[in-house]
Design a protein around this ligand. Sequence first.
Ligand SMILES: Nc1ncnc2c1ncn2[C@@H]1O[C@H](COP(=O)(O)OP(=O)(O)OP(=O)(O)O)[C@@H](O)[C@H]1O
Ligand code: SF4
Ligand SMILES: [Mg+2]
Length: 350
Amino acid sequence: MTAGLRQVSDAPALDLQDMAISYVVPSVIDRFLGRNTPPVATVEAITLTLRQGETLGLVGESGSGKSTILKSIAGLLAPIAGRVLLNGQDDLPPRVETRSGQQLRQVQLIFQNPDESLNPRQTIAQILAQPLKLYFGLSGQELLDRSAQLLEQVRLGAHYLDRLPSQLSGGEKQRVAVARAFAAQPALVLCDEITSALDVSVQAAVLALLDDLRRASATSCIFVSHDLAVVKALSDRVAVLYQGRLCEIGKTSDVYGAVSHPYTEVLLGAVLEPDPDFTPTLSAGDVVELSPPAQGCPFQRRCPKRLGPVCENLAPPRKTFSDGHSIWCHRDDLAPHAPVDGRAVTTEGV
Ligand SMILES: Nc1ncnc2c1ncn2[C@@H]1O[C@H](COP(=O)(O)OP(=O)(O)OP(=O)(O)O)[C@@H](O)[C@H]1O
Ligand code: SF4
Ligand SMILES: [Mg+2]
C-alpha cells in the first residue's frame, strides 16, 4: 500500500464546516422553559477539507466520535450545527431521506460488520444490482456483466452471484460490501473499522483491494481504524480526534513525526511500537473520560504538558504551519517544523 503514488487533486471532495453533533437535543418546550442545560456536544467544531482522490485517516481512542462523524456525513445522524459540502458546492442535506439520488450515490459508507449491512435474504446478485439499477438504470445482461466485473475487482468470481451472504466467509462478505460501495461510483467512501471484525489473515487482502479500487477511481476516502500502522500506510493525511474535538490534522508524515499534539503523542506512544528505540515521552494518564470539559482544552484533565488556567478556561487556538499541518494547543513549543517559505505560523481562535 503506497498512498504517495495516488493522484490527489486540489479540488475539494468534502468540506466539513464547523460541524457539531449531539445525541441529546433538548426539546423545544424544555428550551422554552429554560430546563435542561444543553449537554456538551459529542462532536464540535469539526472543520476540514478532503481533496479529490485523497484519503484522510481519522484516529482517536474509543468514544472520541469517529463513527459519529462518519454517520453524520452519510446522513444517518443530523448535525446540530455546521455544513457538509460535497465537491466544494453541493450542500448536503442533514438526513438521507432528504438527499437526492445523486447525493446518495456520491457518499458510500462501509461498516465494520458486513453482517449488519448485507441483507441476509438477498443473493449477492441482488445486493449488487441495487445500486446498479438505482443509479445507472442497468438491467439484463448489462447488469449481470457489471455485477460480475465488480466481483472480479474484489477478487471474487461471478459464481458468487447466486450465493447468500450466509454462504460467504467474513472476508468475502466484506469484499461484497466494498464492491457494493464502489458500484455506485462514489465521490467519497467512508470506511469505519472495515477490517476489525475480520481474521488477521484476511485483513490485509481486504485493505489492499480497497486501496486498488480507490486508486483506480480517484475516490476520496475517510478511513477510521484503531490500527495506527494501517492508517499510516493508507492515508495521505491524518486527523486526530479527542472527545469529539480536533487536536491535530496534517500530512501523515507530519502527524506521525517527531513533535505533535500532546494527545497524539499519547495515542501513538500507546499503540505504535514499530521502532525498538521509541520511548513514549508521555503516559496515557488516567482512565478514558466520559465527556469533554465544558470549557478549555478537551484534553486538559489528562495532559502531562498542561499549562494551567489557560488550558482550563480557553479553547486551544488552531496553529497552522506552512505545510498545512494544524495543532490545537496553547503551547508555543510544539512547532513541528520551521515555517517554510519564510511564512509565519498562523494562530486562530485566541
Ligand atoms: N446512539 C447513541 N446515543 C447516545 N450516545 C451515543 C450513541 N452512539 C454513540 N454515542 C456516544 O457518542 C460518543 C462517540 O461515539 P462513537 O461511536 O462515535 O465513538 P468512536 O470514536 O467511533 O468509538 P469506537 O472507536 O469505539 O468505535 C461516545 O461517548 C458514545 O457513547
Ligand atoms: S492546550 Fe494545554 S491541556 Fe490542551 S493539549 Fe495543549 S498543553 Fe495540553
Ligand atoms: Mg466507532
